[in-house]
Design a protein around this ligand. Structure first.
Ligand code: CA
Length: 340
């Protein structure tokens, strides 16, 4: 026995209805090059897309078999990117509700193997806050999943803060998961095929997280917890420079939108954020993230089924860290952050 359970914290699912709606958006000429790039590919017929489509729609035996084969005790499930954030508000809100009900049914059938986060539609911030509350209180979901920008808008805009207020009040985290960069920034990425998980996801989501930090969201909601995948989307590497330049910009009064915060930007990253290892099964950055954020702040994730590589579990099993820290990484941090 390993002495720990492997809880994978950023594992995607997509109901068949969501894939059908994505196909319809593509057919209708939905004008978002990132969405067209991502779902144009994953709704196609390539071997990678076909394998993904089979796995991502399954919330039963197929998924459990893959988990057994890789030693994953539990998946924390979330609606795949871009979730419902590409639809008009009423449709997005109704779909989020329906998908949360479906997720909750799957969890009820396998409560020791599945847990999950509530999909929400930030297009209607008050409705999103309400759905998060329903998800947590009635469906036993453990937080919210937001697939980064919503039609080019970011959660640091105070019109969205009802979502943060609800998350803080309910004491559940908001997982900010990547999506492709919005139309306004995707051009230079897509020209070289860099818009997706290879790099564009991290740039766009890192930007989103940093916007939230410098906007003062955590001063307004000091107990809010945000989870980021992919070892923090690059931010842990930048802490020194972000702090240095933020202080210099505040002192110079260079931008009206850059105001003094109660803490250094890095302190919010260390005290209000958690990062997961999704897609980053590589010893140096995992150890680095643990060293700068603390071992209580780094959680295991596989990124199933996008990155379903069984050998990656071995990389994590063999990290040169103590058994106690490995248990935190794989199990107890997830139990604490998601109240499992
Ligand atoms: Ca993912």
């Amino acid at each position: 026995m390993a002495g720990y359970l492997r809880i994978a914290t950023e594992e995607a699912f997509a109901p068949p209805e969501l894939i059908a709606r994505y196909r319809k958006l593509l057919e209708d000429g939905y004008d978002d090059p990132g969405f067209r790039s991502l779902w144009g590919f994953y709704s196609g017929a390539s071997p990678r897309a076909t394998a993904l489509a089979e796995r991502i729609q399954d919330l039963g035996e197929r998924r459990l078999r893959d988990m057994d084969d890789t030693g994953i005790a539990m998946q924390i499930l979330s609606l795949t990117a871009p979730g419902v954030q590409v639809f008009d508000a009423p449709e997005a809100t109704a779909l989020a509700r329906s998908f949360n009900d479906q997720l909750s049914d799957a969890i009820r059938k396998h409560p020791d193997r599945f847990s999950g986060l509530a999909a929400i539609a930030p297009q209607d911030p008050a409705g999103a806050a309400k759905e998060l509350e329903r998800g947590v209180r009635q469906l036993n979901l453990k937080g919210a999943i937001v697939n980064s920008h919503t039609r080019g808008e970011y959660l640091d805009d105070s019109k969205f803060w009802a979502i943060f207020e609800a998350a803080e009040y309910l004491n559940v985290p908001v997982y900010i998961h990547p999506t492709t960069p919005p139309k306004s920034m995707i051009g230079p990425f897509i020209e070289r095929g860099l818009d997706g998980a290879i790099f564009g996801f991290a740039v766009e989501t890192g930007l989103h997280l940093l916007r939230i930090i410098v906007s003062g969201v955590f001063d307004r909601f000091p107990k809010l917890r945000i989870v980021a995948g992919h070892l923090g989307e690059g931010l842990p590497y930048w802490l020194f420079r972000i702090d240095f330049m933020h202080a210099a910009m505040v002192k110079a009064n260079r931008y009206p939108a850059v105001q003094k915060l109660q803490k250094k930007p890095s302190e919010y990253i260390k005290e209000n954020m958690y990062v997961t290892t999704s897609g980053m099964a590589w010893e140096p950055p995992i150890l680095y993230a643990q060293s700068v954020l603390g071992v209580d702040r780094v959680l295991y994730a596989m990124d199933y089924p996008y990155q379903f590589v069984p050998e990656e579990v071995k990389v994590t099993d063999h990290l040169p860290i103590s058994d106690a820290d490995k248990k935190k990484l794989y199990q107890s941090n997830a139990e604490q952050v998601f109240s499992i």
